[in-house]
Design a protein around this ligand. Structure first.
Ligand code: URP
Ligand code: ZN
Length: 455
């Protein structure tokens, strides 16, 4: 099927220009002034007045994540649908094995769960322990087309690694030529703080952020950077939330160490005033790391413009109010996480581009090109060029919306961005050469593919 997009303004991470795009066999086949009479095509889209972005790539989502409070509320079908409506055409989720299970076995099971996705997907794979086979398992995963791993310095009671094992994983990933993504929070100290709050009868959601202060994140970031330098391992710090973390990241980057950083829309736009109120008002904001101060929001925006932060993911991990209520008597049991995969582009377009924090080209870099480059998908994804996958978002920059759980596509009865105004929406989406969203409506639910990534 050939599709012709006429008269749009193409926006890449480097430049913006008016041109037509021809799509054939799932790929971009021509860009320029394409003459209608010479070309046979099945569909034509007039993109006059619209921008055309490469499809969004969300490098951090947790669909169907098993937790003590049940699975996260979006499975791969509902979550990918919400992502699509928001302009995201590829996601990188996670494989978290059970202790004793091999990384490859866990990957194969996760691939089955992801088959219902209607966008393309890959995974970061988590070694949750160090055994005599872990190094070989890491090599096996790279052979499967996955070049990134994830370690947790938090969650010491379940999937978190101690420093010795973290260092061994770093050395193995480095040797294999991979990238290590790191959830940086000092897990042991956090567990102690959580327990002592509960012992003192301090059980409400507001004690969640108090048990995970910014020093716990910054201290873990510093430690991860030091270990990675010794192991010569490239690292990517996920969901950076605190100003205190940024100085360590920036110093390492200035020395030439391969340290990348991701933040999320909620750390840019929301702050810890959300923890004032009753259980139902505050529990939705229980996530790790927690929301910080307004000064942290400002420092993160600056870090984005200064290129200290390279990507914006969502850490999409929604839970219903019912699931949050599992922790009504003890904040440690509140389902940990929040959704956002649907709103990443609209929030960054509204509060980044329209508010002149950064250019529209930088926006494309953050939401698509950099994730593709860092995680081995470029230039198949993350670019508008002849030969790249035809994953395109035709963006109506005028349409205004108000985020609400009443109207969102995420499978959840709460939305942490409730009431926030946005400008801009995906008017059309082409994914792998097929028209999927037409005039803001999903018209085609073709399944996505597992993406093999390169080093
Ligand atoms: O609160 C969060 N972020 N839940 C999802 C798991 C993680 O830490 O990324
Ligand atoms: Zn995390």
């Amino acid at each position: 099927m050939a599709i012709l997009i006429k008269n749009g303004t193409i926006v890449t991470s480097k430049k913006s220009f008016k041109a037509d795009i021809l799509i054939e066999n799932g790929k971009i086949s021509q860009i320029g002034n394409i003459q209608l009479s010479k070309i046979k095509f099945e569909q034509e889209i007039n993109a006059e007045c619209f921008y055309i972005f490469p499809g969004g790539i969300d490098p951090h989502v947790h669909m169907h994540l098993p937790t003590g409070a049940g699975y996260s509320a979006d499975n791969f079908y509902s979550g990918s649908k919400a992502a699509l409506y928001g302009g995201t055409t590829s996601i990188i989720d996670f494989v978290t094995p059970k202790k004793g299970q091999s990384l490859t076995d866990a990957l194969n099971l996760r691939k089955k769960e992801a088959e219902s996705s209607i966008i393309d997907y890959s995974f970061h794979v988590s070694p949750v322990e160090w055994t005599k086979t872990t190094e070989q398992e890491i090599n096996d995963i790279i052979e499967e087309g996955i070049n990134s791993f994830k370690v947790y310095m938090a969650y010491k009671d379940s999937i978190g690694l101690n420093d010795n094992d973290l260092f061994k994983v770093m050395k193995a990933v480095s040797k294999a030529g991979g990238m290590l993504t790191v959830h940086a929070e000092l897990g042991d100290k956090i567990e102690d703080l959580r327990d002592s709050f509960v012992k003192e009868g301090k059980t409400e959601p507001k004690y969640h952020p108090l048990s995970r202060p910014t020093e716990m994140e910054a201290g873990a970031v510093k430690k991860a950077i030091e270990l990675a330098e010794k192991a010569n391992c490239p690292i990517y710090i996920v969901h950076v939330s605190a100003e205190k973390s940024l100085k360590h990241i920036q110093a390492a980057q200035q020395k030439g160490q391969k340290v990348y950083a991701e933040s999320c829309p909620h750390y840019l736009l929301l702050d810890d005033s959300k923890y004032n109120g009753d259980f139902e008002q505050t529990a939705p904001f229980v996530m790790s790391p927690p929301l910080r101060k307004k000064e942290d929001n400002e420092a993160l925006w600056k870090a984005v413009t200064d290129n200290v932060i390279q990507t914006i993911g969502t850490d999409h991990c929604p839970f219903t109010l019912e699931q949050k209520k599992k922790g009504q008597a003890d904040f440690r049991k509140i389902a940990n996480g929040a959704g956002g995969v649907e709103h990443r582009l609209a929030l960054l377009y509204t509060y980044g581009v329209i508010q002149n924090k950064f250019s529209i080209n930088k926006f494309v870099d953050l939401i698509s090109t950099k994730p593709a480059k860092i995680f081995g998908l470029y230039p198949q994804k993350g670019e508008i060029a002849v030969g790249s996958d035809a994953d395109l978002v035709i963006w109506n920059p005028y349409k205004k919306s108000i985020i609400s759980s009443k109207t969102h596509y995420q499978n959840c009865d709460i939305n942490i961005f409730e009431g926030i105004h946005t400008t801009g929406i995906a008017e059309y989406i082409i994914r792998n050469g097929e028209l999927i969203i037409e005039k803001m409506k999903l018209i085609n639910e073709t399944k996505g593919h597992f993406l093999k990534r390169h080093i």
